[in-house]
Write a protein that binds this ligand. Structure first.
Ligand SMILES: Nc1nc2c(ncn2[C@@H]2O[C@H](COP(=O)(O)OP(=O)(O)OP(=O)(O)O)[C@@H](O)[C@H]2O)c(=O)[nH]1
Ligand SMILES: [Zn+2]
Length: 464
């Protein structure tokens, strides 16, 4: 059985809900109160009913705090466990849970309960989940519910990401200011803390390192230098990642896969054999083979086992690393003309130090107008202007084709416990209704959208 370190287990602990989420939840429930039957629009009433039913189903959410240490007087019954989804593989998931009998962690092979699909509640790697129908002997279970998540990145799909590592290289490929800025802006826009790391330091001399350090500091970052080749700087990186769930992102060729491999290698060496042995016992069961039938999904026409294979690799010092690099191509979808300035530490700095002096205009885009306190005497100002242009073109295009820019940049979906969650939109769905005049309508459409999307995924039925 794979050994899960106590530190990794500590990551399973519940985090309190952020106040913004609570506010959002209140907003959603008050919006739903406005949903009254309308005899002129029966199709809407049907959808209203659908939303209401779904929300009713959502209320079967367990109250999160009581499930963990916070209330030991009310422990879970032995058929239930709370854990962390560590692998999403085709239509089953591996969940790390605390073993009630032996001390330490156990990994359960789980399917996802069908009702979660019906209410559009997705389960991602990194999610904390409630597992029911636990068979401790065969280490199987069924994911019955998902807890509120702090953050989610979609490429690769990982929930509760604590840290991004934005990786560049000192040579092969050489660091290039504008490309780096695009990645940094993308990272800033996620709101997730990140570290800027320069790999392949073995390829350049001290002078080049010093000069890049000074340059990146002038951008507002404190870079870390490392080399996967010579192993220099790796322990500092491991320290940063301790007890966190990390996703590595960066341009092609900078060494993302090499870094992931080197960081996981010690863990793999010690556990590989045990892990293979354990997997064998599951491969051998009828249940496992049942999961593999129907290689191509009838509804989507896609292979069942090609979607969303992501795992979290446990790190030796505690914490997890996503096994695939993220954001190879920064889309900047979450960035608007208005929010771009906030993704540049230089501008943030100018705006704070110049308080109470403010830009002349409330909605200043800092284009060097008279009265604007953001001057053009900093290195990345041309990059800022270039990105502003790019975003402006995208927003205008969206306005022309869709009528509203918010709509095409993000989509809102019903998440855990009735909380509306924003996510960047990946593809435009032609069949979506465009009208967004009323909150009611918008909520309904979001539900429809989720239901549409379900046809692309294969979740297991409650067939244990
Ligand atoms: N000299 C040197 N080479 C390195 C270092 N890290 C990685 N490389 C090499 O750089 C090349 C690209 O490494 P990858 O790990 O494939 O880079 P990647 O970022 O995953 O690239 P993509 O898959 O294209 O996104 C490989 O030939 C590695 O051996 C390093 O620290 N020093
Ligand atoms: Zn300004």
């Amino acid at each position: 059985m794979p050994i899960i370190s106590p530190i990794s287990l500590s990551l399973l602990r519940h985090r309190p809900l952020p106040p913004a989420t609570l506010l959002l939840r209140r907003f959603v429930s008050s919006a739903l109160d406005e949903l009254n039957p309308n005899p002129n629009r029966p199709h809407i009433d049907k959808n209203v009913q659908k939303v209401k039913e779904s929300l009713k189903a959502l209320s079967l959410s367990p109250s999160v705090p009581r499930l963990f240490e916070s209330d030991p007087s009310r422990p879970l019954d032995p058929s239930h466990a709370v854990g962390l989804v560590s692998v999403a593989q085709a239509n089953f998931m591996r969940v790390v849970v605390e073993n009630p009998v032996e001390s330490g962690g156990t990994e359960l092979l789980c399917v996802v309960r069908a009702v979660l699909k019906k209410i559009g509640r997705w389960v991602y790697v990194g999610d904390r989940v409630l597992v029911g129908s636990v068979d401790w002997k065969d280490r199987r279970g069924m994911i019955e519910n998902v807890f509120e998540r702090g953050s989610v990145v979609l490429d690769p799909p990982v929930a509760n990401v604590d840290r991004l590592v934005v990786l560049f290289s000192m040579d092969w490929p050489k660091p290039e200011g504008f490309t780096m800025t695009r990645f940094l802006v993308e990272a800033e826009s996620t709101g997730i803390p990140f570290s800027l790391v320069m790999n392949k330091s073995d390829l350049v001399d001290e002078q080049a390192l010093t000069s890049w350090k000074t340059r990146l500091q002038s951008w507002g970052y404190d870079p870390l230098f490392c080399s996967v080749e010579s192993k220099k700087g790796l322990s500092a990186l491991e320290t940063i990642m301790t007890d966190q769930t990390t996703v590595i992102m960066g341009p092609s060729g900078v060494g993302k896969s090499s870094l992931i491999n080197v960081l996981r290698s010690s863990q793999r060496d010690s556990n590989e054999e045990e892990w293979e042995k354990w997997l064998e016992t599951i491969y051998g069961t009828k249940w496992f083979h049942d999961q593999r039938v129907g290689e191509v999904s009838k509804r989507s026409g896609r292979g069942k086992h090609t979607t969303g294979n992501v795992s979290l690799l446990p790190l030796v010092g505690g914490g997890y690393l996503a096994d695939t690099p993220g954001f190879n191509q920064p889309s900047l979808l979450k960035v608007t003309r208005k929010s771009l300035a906030q993704t540049f530490p230089e501008i943030r700095q100018m705006l704070t130090t110049c308080q109470p002096e403010k830009c002349l205009f409330n909605n200043c885009l800092h284009l060097g107008e008279r009265g604007c306190i953001v001057k053009g005497d900093w290195e990345r100002y041309p990059y800022y202007l270039q990105l502003l242009d790019e975003i402006k073109i995208r927003e205008e295009f969206q306005l022309r084709t869709l009528g509203t820019k918010r709509e095409s940049t993000v989509r809102y979906k019903m998440g855990e416990m009735g909380v509306k969650q924003a996510e960047p939109r990946l593809d435009l769905k032609k069949h979506r209704r465009q009208s967004r005049k009323r909150v009611n309508q918008s909520l309904l459409d979001d539900m429809d959208y989720n239901l549409d999307e379900l046809s692309d995924l294969d979740y297991e039925e409650d067939s244990f």
